[in-house]
Design a protein around this ligand. Sequence first.
Ligand code: C2E
Ligand code: CA
Ligand code: CA
Length: 449
Amino acid sequence: MSDSILSNISIEEPFTKASPMQDSLTGLDRYEIFLKKLQKAIDSMGDRRIAIIYTDIKHFKYINDTYGYQVGDALLRDFVKEMTEGNGYMICCSRVYSDNFVAAGYLMDEVTNEQFKDYIQYLNQEREVKFREKYLNSRLQFCTGISVVDKNSRSTDAETAVSNANLARKVAKELENDCCVLFDAGMMEGIKREIEITSQVPKAIANHEFKVYYQPKIETSTLKLTGAEALVRWQKPDGSFIYPDQFIPFIERSGQVVDVDYYVYREVFEFLAGRIAAGQKVVPVSLNVSRVHLMKMSILDYVKGLFKEYKISPELIEFELTESIYLDNTAQALKLVEGLHDIGTKVSMDDFGSGYSSLNLLSRLPIDIIKLDKVFFKDDTLQESDKIVISCMVDMARKLKITSLCEGVETLEQSDYLKEIGCQIQQGYYFSRPIPQEQFERLLDEEKN
Ligand code: C2E
Ligand code: CA
Ligand code: CA
């Protein structure tokens, strides 16, 4: 494969005549020189607008790893050609590092910022087709962030303008379809919030600001309490709450979710062990597992340690892994499920049906429970089409000998329908919202055995 791709590509020597001001691979200005030129352009831009275009190449590493650096270098030079040729509005461009490029140019008066973004997006998509064919990498993608300096923002220095474009590029990289994003001030707010949140987490753990709430799970056939899901809440010292959706994505990026999850797990073990020691009723509690655990896999040792320390039965703990975790990295997810099974706990597939459900995953993975996602219950009255999908999934689970659980059940009608089709467990606001530990304890105490 490597030979056939090489014959297609011109492998040139590095840019041998490069001056100290230039990048030896591409011949572009070095980044420090780029910044100086951009600053000069901003200082004298008058009423014009300058667009800063920051691009990187998603899955470029694959080219280097598969075909070697020569082919990788050829691709980078090809990209530079594309970027610079026939572009009269260009002020300067540079390779910031590796496969990260930045260019700056004047915008034509008649073109809006949005239109310019659309144009770059179109160019990126065209280039993708060409490059994917030439470099035999069907996932290669150009991700671009654009920031525009105009007469209102011309006090912005060159470095900030580039870092704004880079921020937009990072946003673009996380999107599924759009490969080009225009910077806006709201992004800065988002980043500030992320920094604020992540910087407070260690202290919040130390101060016990994370609280575990329990959402009851109900057995359909008896309508009895049969378990609960542990859901974290962050209660700030002023009493206000931050909900998981507002901080979990940030702490997943920073990796701190591992510490928060461990904190939650320990709280749950302590809670169960305390009740058992007092001779009180307990039910199995399920714990959420972030995708970040797959990278470190220290979760298995941590959980084993908790079982050793608290001496509770493995049947009292279940782990919830979202469907997307299995899809992202099936091999590693399988290892984790097997490890958890070795410990003796059950494992569920969370949010099933929320994404690109891969039905064949269900037969390949040794899952004990599937949790149908709450999207199916978004309307109070169930749509016929949703009914068909839900009943088929419940049926499929039964045939695969997997327990079926529906979450997000909000009405009596929905609950009755689940009974009709034989869904075994239900969870949702119709029965109870997630509640603090003390309230959940009262529920447990009221339950007749
Ligand atoms: P999830 O695992 O899918 O949890 C269910 C979410 O649905 C919870 O939101 C719950 O409050 C909400 N919910 C329950 N019943 C209903 C209902 O009838 N209708 C509607 N509309 N919503 C319902 P919550 O507590 O805000 O948690 C959001 C997500 O945050 C969770 O989704 C889970 O992915 C994550 N999460 C929560 N706690 C933890 C944790 O300790 N560790 C990790 N890694 N993730 C957590
Ligand atoms: Ca869950
Ligand atoms: Ca869920």
